[in-house]
Design a protein around this ligand. Sequence first.
Ligand code: SAM
Ligand code: SF4
Length: 333
Amino acid sequence: MMRETMIDPFGRHITYLRVSVTDRCDFRCIYCMSEAMTFLPRQDLLSLEELDRLASAFIAKGVRKLRLTGGEPLVRRNILWLLKSLSRHLGQGLDELTLTTNGSQLARYAEALADCGIARINVSLDTLDADKFRAITRRGDLGEVMGGIEAAHRAGLKIKINTVALRDLNEDEIEDLIGWSHGNGFDLTLIETMPMGEVGADRTEQYVPLSLVRARLEQRFTLDDVPYRSGGPARYVQVRETGGRLGFITPMTHNFCEACNRVRVTCTGTLYMCLGQEDAADLRAPLRASKDNALLHAAIDDAIARKPKGHDFVIDRQHRTPTVARFMSVTGG
Ligand code: SAM
Ligand code: SF4
């Protein structure tokens, strides 16, 4: 297969695609969704075959890393069919097929994921306390997620834990999360909350700058900067006391856009060139217009040619409203 490359107006090579396979989720995390979310009617979603065609088109255009996300990717019916199908590209242009999950379904799926050639996964986990877990996710069961993580570990999947740092909620638990993650051989990445979607909570009350978290950690641990990159915006340190890796994703305190290599597609086939901007391109119409991919490829090229330089996230302290109206669960983070 002839491989193309996608290069945006700022010379950045687009090699990473994130696909949100559903906007639905079994949790309602307080920073991600509102309590009363309305989800898309099922008929608006791309079929699994269409998602396969879309992702494959991006791989033909130079994408080397593909991450399925959501909503919760593992609640999409028949998701294994899509993963199995996409795994045909591994070693044939695609270097990595992976997913980000809340872990609630992992106990069921871990073995099958490994069988699809998935080598590592990200699991989101903000606390080790069952009551807090239920409060943050508004309905999740920590025991189930822990069981899922254990199953994934047993199945040989490498695990990275993602934790959103939340003021007054889990700030005091970061050290424990480091101890637990590193003790189990998992990397841990801390994320700042981003102002996306009206979640029914005050963003300024949720936000804690990671610069502050890091300064606190440095009183207890020795953090050595390391050049390791996982293909994303995280900057890593090695924690000398645990020997484990700790990442920081700081969209709010440090602009992470210069090296952006990614774009995102929603479950309705809308392509977002930047997580923090509204501009988008509809790929569902060109996808459905014909069986050959010429129109689709042209629409992708048009969109990449207007990938913006960076996001404009700000916490609007006066109005306390989100900068970007769509929810994180639309594009999957
Ligand atoms: N449901 C899956 C999960 O939770 O891992 C995948 C989708 S979720 C939208 C992807 C990641 O985005 C999670 O790690 C979640 O914590 C993070 N996230 C959601 N809303 C966020 C926000 N407003 N700011 C920062 N991170 C957010
Ligand atoms: Fe669901 Fe993930 Fe959003 Fe939590 S962060 S509500 S698990 S999509």
